[in-house]
Design a protein around this ligand. Structure first.
Ligand code: PLP
Length: 440
């Protein structure tokens, strides 16, 4: 067989996908896989849906592409209104893009242009968490805190002031409240040292994604970060690329905490794997300020095209019609209980954390000390390979800033039913039994 010209990742050649339906995929050899991570936490409604297909075909028959400066298009307006409605009009303006990186990049640029227009050009820096993941383009990568991804590009990315967020698993403070208080005090000190008047925005994921293994923030932390942003006059950007559109059991994760951002980026689940579409949602006055100066100096060719927006609209309508958020809550409880039971059985499961259908499982060499496995053992890759052999796809990463530690995400489609959730747990248990035997 000719070698493939594709060079996405190092490692063994992958089998070709044949077809997919619901939460299952099949490869060219007839092997079946349960999609325990929705691809890259993106194929959120499962595969092969007739309702999305029909909406896309109907739009294709009318018009697939128009350029946003030449025509308004009905699906874009309808999807924007729907998203604004989801925020209960707290974020009233929408700018469409085609990926999560573009959504973050656009939010950073909107924040920056806002301050330039206001006559505050010194507001040019961003604050973000380490570890974090915000995307692969140079702006989004600049605010990302994950060493292997940053290293080759550190000198040319925009960079940001990186601060630690709360870590409710590994901290050694007296209790969680004192931990949050200490993290906030350190954050305040770092911003004060850097110069609060140079900061345009604080960017963070309301629940961590792949880089942290679903590390949770909490209400008091987010409330205080909101207050800190208001005190220092900088914007709060929430990156809901992964958590948005239902992943955590609310439309947006910020709605669990009662803390509203000034800007919000979302993508992945909006197109649900059927077509790339993402968005930046903004407070109205920010956009009005920027538009009064002659417009947002930014844009991408495919932004807000009719096919993308018709897909996004069909996805959001399906979530509403089928009461998918209720399913996320119910299946999330089932999954959490199953993962906790596995944790009680296997001593190398250090932590299970998450919300809705976004769960992280952290592996450790020693549960008492929380010491990670030696990095060169690549345990995160091994458990993923074993799960795959058992017919289950999971999403692995290194935990400690990308340098060591092991975790994986379990993030099945939001439409998974009780029987398939049980099957997911059974396949995971089989993989874990084999992993356990290898460690013995
Ligand atoms: N932000 C977060 C929180 C993400 O999880 C991701 C992707 O994993 C991105 C941004 C980048 O999205 P994309 O890969 O669509 O560019």
């Amino acid at each position: 067989m000719d070698p493939s010209p594709l060079f996405y990742q190092a490692g063994p050649a992958l089998p070709e996908v044949s077809h997919a339906q619901g939460v299952y995929l099949w490869d060219e050899n007839g092997r079946q896989y349960l999609d325990g991570c929705s691809g890259a936490i993106s194929c959120n409604l499962g595969h092969g849906r007739d309702d999305i297909r029909e909406a896309m075909l109907a739009q294709l028959d009318r018009v697939a592409f128009t350029y946003r400066t030449q025509f308004e298009n009905a699906p874009a307006v309808a999807l924007a209104k729907t998203l604004v409605g989801i925020t209960q009009h707290q974020l009233e303006k929408v700018f469409f893009v085609s990926s999560g990186s573009e959504a973050v990049e656009s939010a950073l640029k909107l924040a920056r242009q806002y301050f330039v227009v206001r006559g505050e050009p010194q507001c040019r820096r961003f604050v973000s968490l380490r570890p974090s993941y915000h995307g692969s383009t140079l702006g989004a990568l600049g605010v990302t805190g994950y060493q292997p991804l940053e290293a080759p590009f550190r000198d040319i990315a925009i960079g940001s002031l990186k601060v630690a967020g709360p870590d409710f698993y590994r901290h050694d403070d007296a209790d969680d409240n004192r931990h949050v208080a200490r993290v906030l005090a350190n954050t305040r000190a770092a911003i004060e040292a850097a110069g609060p008047d140079t900061i345009a925005a604080f960017v963070l994921e309301p629940v961590g994604g792949a880089s942290t293994g679903a590390r949770m923030l909490d209400r008091s932390y987010l409330t205080d970060i909101r207050a800190l942003c208001d005190e220092f006059g900088c914007l709060l950007i929430l990156d809901e690329v992964l958590t948005g559109i239902g992943r955590t059991g609310a439309w947006f994760a910020y709605q669990h905490y009662g803390v509203t951002p000034d800007l919000l980026s979302t993508a992945k689940g909006l197109g649900a794997g059927y077509y790339p579409v993402g968005a930046v949602l903004s407070r109205a006055d920010i956009v009005e300020t920027v538009m009064a100066s002659g417009g947002f100096q930014h844009g991408h060719t495919y932004a807000g095209n009719p096919l993308a927006c018709a897909t996004g609209l069909a996805v959001v309508e399906a979530i509403e019609r089928d009461k998918v958020l209720d399913n996320v809550v119910a299946r999330g409880r089932q999954l959490a209980a199953g993962l906790e039971a596995l944790k009680a059985r296997f001593p190398w499961i250090g932590d299970v954390r998450g919300l809705g259908l976004l769960w992280g499982v952290e592996l450790v060499a020693d549960a008492a000390t929380k010491a990670p496995f030696p990095a060169e053992q690549n345990r995160f890759a091994r458990i993923t390979a074993l799960a795959r052999e058992e017919g289950l796809l999971i999403y692995p990463r290194r935990t400690l800033d990308g340098m060591a530690g092991d975790h994986f995400l379990i993030t099945p489609p939001l439409t998974i039913d009780a029987a398939d959730t049980a099957e997911l747990l059974t396949r995971l248990e089989r993989a874990m039994q084999r992993f356990d035997r290898e460690l013995a």
